[in-house]
Design a protein around this ligand. Structure first.
Ligand SMILES: [Mg+2]
Length: 453
């Protein structure tokens, strides 16, 4: 099928978030109508003006015609107040639309909501979102309403949504899950001991929350590999002498949803007590559908993905290597320092997604479709068996947390990212760096119920 819609989708949809674009469009109207540039200050003339000049500008010191006056904002404060008021009205309206969408969803007909009609791809909302209150917080930090040349941006709205989500979920939060790369630490690096996120994670555990890292990094059943990636964090847990009860609230789920580890004290090779991770056998937490995935079906799916990735590497002449694991296949730069362009990574993702969906459609009569996830990891592309939606659901069932009491924090929420899938099963925060994760956790911490240990 070739149509303008499809071309548009291939070119743009994977780089856009429809709800954020919708809100951005609404806020643009008051910005255009009311956030006019400041009236220029005309210094009093220091030399006698000619009669001609006096006549042209007017004798009363008025510096322009009525038309020219309308080009500018006369007063500073009223502009900010009026603009803020209009932005707040819009945020309140969206808040009300989300509430209506939630009511319709509870009745089983989310497609009847006004929001769904305007933004058909809108996800589920598991809590209300106090957008008006959140906008005030964001405005205090980023002076959104005072800006005359830069309208409310994608990032402004993303942060407002995060703040609203934090405000709404704090009283009922039970499980908080984090992506790894770019959420807790920089791409491909490890958790360092001096990360400012560590005291914040410990505070979450002390407040009685279950904390889990749900990461694409897949090392089948290998606790040591995950312990290496999280060495700084585990060492700090050790130094803080956290109790076993507290450590049991911390989990790592690797390979999107495939390998679960629990934190706790254990003996190292020298017989010393250290904080580490213990592998949990899949039978004790994976649902029957997951346990039914057949090894040969997984390998066949990965074969198809690998073939497509190899073709993409060859056709775009990428300096990349194909890496095959037991439940994943991907491409990584062939040398350190090589950066693959985002467009090329997205091309690999979209073409592989398409190829795998076609493959599953063709073999639908002979084998069950195994869930998979193809994503742009920033400087690599991976196809993983399973996805973070299943990962979050596995943890929700294992730890007893409802979607409205679960929060996933990640940086890959475009449709080519692997955090995107979690939106169907829990509340989410879309951050773009470990620094922003620190920011949202600092907003969350004071709103949590008193520490229970
Ligand atoms: Mg990430």
């Amino acid at each position: 099928m070739t149509s303008s819609y499809r071309i548009n989708y291939q070119l743009r949809a994977h780089k856009r978030d429809p709800l954020i674009e919708f809100i951005k469009g609404l806020l643009l109207t008051p910005f255009v109508l009311h956030a006019k540039p400041r009236k220029p200050v005309i210094a009093p003339p220091t030399v006698p003006v000619t009669g001609e000049l006096t006549n042209r500008r007017g004798s009363s010191g008025n510096n322009g015609s009525d038309d020219e006056k309308n080009d500018y904002q006369e007063e500073e404060k009223p502009m900010v107040d009026a603009n803020l008021q209009r932005y707040l009205e819009i945020m309140k309206s969206v808040e009300v639309m989300i509430e209506e969408h939630r009511r319709k969803a509870l009745k089983g007909v989310p497609e009847h909501s006004r929001l769904h009609r305007i933004v058909p791809s809108v996800a589920s909302f598991f809590t209300p979102l106090p957008l008006e209150a959140a906008f005030l917080v964001a405005n205090a930090k980023h002076s959104i309403a005072a800006r005359r040349f830069v309208p409310p941006s994608f990032n402004d709205i993303r942060r407002v949504l995060n703040t609203a989500q934090v405000m709404a979920i704090a009283p009922t939060l039970r499980l908080i899950t984090f992506d790894g790369d770019m959420t807790l630490y920089d791409d491909g690096t490890s958790f360092t001991e001096n990360s400012p996120l560590i005291p914040l994670l410990i505070a979450l555990m002390r407040a009685g929350l279950h904390v889990a890292i749900v990461t694409a990094a897949g090392y089948p059943g290998d606790a040591v590999k995950y312990e290496e990636r999280l060495a700084g964090l585990l060492r700090r847990f050790d130094m803080e002498k956290l109790s076993e009860k507290l450590l049991e609230r911390f989990y790592v789920l690797g390979g999107e949803c495939n390998y679960l580890f629990r934190c706790g004290w254990k003996q190292n090779e020298a017989g010393q007590s250290v904080v580490g991770l213990t592998y949990i056998q899949p039978e004790s937490y994976q649902p029957d559908e997951m346990l039914a995935w057949k090894h040969e079906d997984i390998q066949e799916l990965l074969d198809v993905a690998e073939e497509n990735l190899k073709r993409s590497v060859a056709s775009m002449n990428l300096k990349a290597l194909v890496l095959r694991k037991s439940r994943a296949v991907g491409i990584i730069p062939s040398d350190t320092g090589i950066k693959i362009a985002r467009e090329q990574l997205d091309e690999c993702v979209l073409s592989t997604q398409q190829r795998l969906l076609e493959y599953q459609q063709m073999s639908a009569d002979t084998k069950p479709a195994i869930p998979f996830c193809v994503f742009n990891g920033g400087n690599d592309v991976f196809v993983d068996i399973g996805n973070k939606l299943i990962g979050v659901q596995v943890l929700q069932n294992y730890l007893g947390a409802a979607p409205g009491a679960t929060l996933h924090v990640g940086d890959q929420f475009l449709s080519t990212g692997n955090d995107f899938a979690t939106r169907s099963s829990c509340c989410t925060l879309w951050i773009i760096s470990p620094e922003e994760t620190e920011g949202v956790l600092k907003e969350l911490a004071p709103l949590l119920p008193a520490e229970s240990e």
